[in-house]
Design a binder for this molecule. Structure first.
Ligand code: DX5
Ligand code: ZN
Length: 220
């Protein structure tokens, strides 16, 4: 079991009417997870650059930007300029050659880069990217909406990714996203995840510090 679990509250579930207060309430977290959706790659639209700019001013925590958009190469540099610290692109969002270029752009901009796979995408797809990225994001729900139920079968996938990362001695973090609460967090951590994204199980609670601590304890 891993002891150093990072928690990344997803502001998709925050109250945008008081973003300042919402961000202050999760100061004990490790990252702020920022879900960008374009209505094409996923059937939902969330937020983009202007909100990122605003969030950047309101928190010192690293911004973990999850791009659920088609052809992310078009925008990665802009997100980097606006202060994203980690930029994750989906393996399914463009041709492999373009995804590799997007990863290179992120690295050249001096930012950390992640690659994400949807629940139906096999782990073998990660092969081309493994050695290049700082983070692997395993989706534990179908991307697009907060508040969905954790897909239990994803535990095996996390295990598989952990094995791959350890066998090759890679340093990248394994992040999980979707349906994470104190119960499913334990399953994910046992399977090898070290960064837990949590939307509703943090922002849906009145006492955010306590919710974050509870998720963190899943690693103990
Ligand atoms: C879903 C997003 C998630 C979402 C998670 O497509 O990538 O980050 O905010 O929300 P919960 O934790 O409520 O499942
Ligand atoms: Zn996300």
């Amino acid at each position: 079991m891993r002891l150093l679990i990072k928690i990344a509250p997803s502001i998709l579930s925050a109250d945008f009417g008081c973003l300042d207060r919402e961000l202050r309430s999760v100061e004990t977290a490790d990252y702020i997870h920022f879900d960008v959706m374009d209505g094409v790659f996923v059937p939902n639209i969330s937020f983009g650059m202007p909100i990122l700019k605003c969030v950047r001013k309101l928190t010192k925590l690293p911004l973990d930007v999850h791009l659920m958009i088609e052809k992310p190469i078009r925008y990665v540099l802009e997100f980097a300029d606006l202060g994203a610290d980690i930029i994750t692109v989906h393996a399914e969002s463009d041709e492999q050659r373009e995804i590799l270029k997007a990863i290179e752009d992120v690295k050249n901009a001096g930012k950390r880069c992640g690659i994400s796979i949807k629940p139906a995408t096999p782990v073998s797809v990660l092969e081309e990217y493994l050695e290049l990225v700082d983070m692997i994001l395993v989706m534990t729900v179908e991307p697009g909406f907060g508040g969905q139920k954790f897909i239990a079968e994803m535990a095996d996938k996390i295990r598989c990714v952990r094995k791959l990362v350890d066998e090759r001695g890679l340093k990248c973090e394994i992040e999980v996203d979707g349906g994470i609460n104190s119960h499913t967090a334990e399953i994910c951590v046992e399977s090898g995840a070290d960064v837990l994204v949590a939307g509703s199980s943090v922002f849906g609670e009145e006492y955010r510090d306590r919710a974050i601590l509870e998720l963190r304890r899943s690693g103990l």
